[in-house]
Design a protein around this ligand. Structure first.
Ligand SMILES: [Zn+2]
Length: 330
């Protein structure tokens, strides 16, 4: 038994049976409606690039597909909808031929009645021939912090029809990540505009690598306002852009500070861990910023040294004090 995800909750009218041709446009801002690749459920022949606003789109379809309820429908239940002719309002003849096709999570049913009326029914609305459920399903996977693999396991266990891994990553690359970038950029601009003229900004900075040690390929760096915990800037550095993975942290910090500078935001104090390259950078290039060391990182480092010392026989008395010394320092 196959379960389908169905967006409409009732048999659509003839108008819907014919489908739609309008663009998904900017229902999500930042989405381009050009297609440079062909996958099963999006249009390879879409050549329009409508600049339709979200409001116009919803008005035309009279429904907001993002917030609209969707239902899980079993195959056996779905079949009950196609007992009688849907190809002609006046005809109630039995259906003699039914054909099911899938495009990702979309099911398309083609039927023919005893009087040879043909009809087509789709479980999802289309935009530029793309099934909107496929886009929203992929978006829901990514934006809820899941991965394709975990979602696929869930769908497969439930026997819910969905799209392939390649299709998911196509949608992610083409639509979802540009939306994240666009949203981040506009929110960051909005946030930074509130900091203009601020003369007492204390930020904390730290980097993170995709893997520990010297094998890291990507590093991110972020700057956070220590009073509000708002992340003011973030940057990604690829190891090939710098000399080695060790230098990604410094480059990331430079890019973050540049972002703030471009937005006319002045940093008064910066706290980081004790990274020699960064200490040197701050002294040489950013002498107007007071550079301080992050106590958490220092406390961690001193704790390691205390623990090592306490293992030596002549320092055994240090052992019970390790935690208290850390608390005192902190
Ligand atoms: Zn008929």
């Amino acid at each position: 038994m196959i379960a389908y995800q169905v967006v409409f909750h009732q048999i659509p009218t003839q108008k819907y049976l014919r489908g739609h041709n309008s663009s998904f446009g900017s229902l999500f801002s930042g989405i381009s409606s050009n297609y440079d690749n062909d996958i099963s459920f999006h249009p390879s022949d879409a050549d329009t690039d409508n600049e339709e606003s979200e409001d116009e789109f919803i008005e035309e379809h009279n429904v907001n597909f993002v917030s609209e309820m969707k239902y899980v429908v079993f195959n056996s239940q779905l079949k009950q909808l196609f007992n009688k002719c849907l190809g002609d309002n006046q005809c109630a003849a039995p259906v003699v031929e039914l054909d099911y096709r899938h495009k990702g999570s979309l099911v398309i049913v083609n039927g023919t009645c005893l009087h040879n009326h043909h009809f087509e029914w789709r479980s999802q609305p289309l935009s530029n021939k793309m099934a909107i459920g496929n886009l929203l399903l992929a978006a829901s996977i990514l934006y809820s912090g899941n991965t394709y693999t975990t979602a696929a396991e869930f769908f497969d266990t439930f026997k819910l029809k969905f799209f392939s891994e390649n299709d998911f990553y196509y949608i992610q690359r083409k639509y979802l990540l540009p939306v994240v970038n666009s949203m981040w950029n506009s929110q960051q601009q909005q946030l930074l505009s509130e900091y203009e003229g601020n003369t007492d900004l204390i930020v904390a900075g730290d980097g993170r690598s995709d893997s520990p040690g010297h094998s890291a390929a990507f590093g991110t760096y972020s700057l956070m306002d220590t009073k509000t915990n708002a992340v003011l800037a973030t940057s990604v550095v690829k190891v090939t852009e710098v000399n080695n993975s060790y230098s990604m942290e410094k480059e990331g910090l430079i890019r973050c500070l540049n972002q703030l500078e471009e937005a006319h935001v002045t940093v008064t104090t910066l706290a980081t861990e004790r990274h020699p390259q960064i200490s040197k950078l701050m002294k040489d290039e950013y002498s107007t910023i007071s550079h301080q060391y992050d106590v958490w990182h220092m406390s961690k480092s001193i704790k390691k040294k205390r623990a090592a010392a306490a293992k030596r026989r002549e320092c055994a008395e240090l052992q019970p004090w390790i935690k208290s010394i850390g608390n005192h320092f902190w």
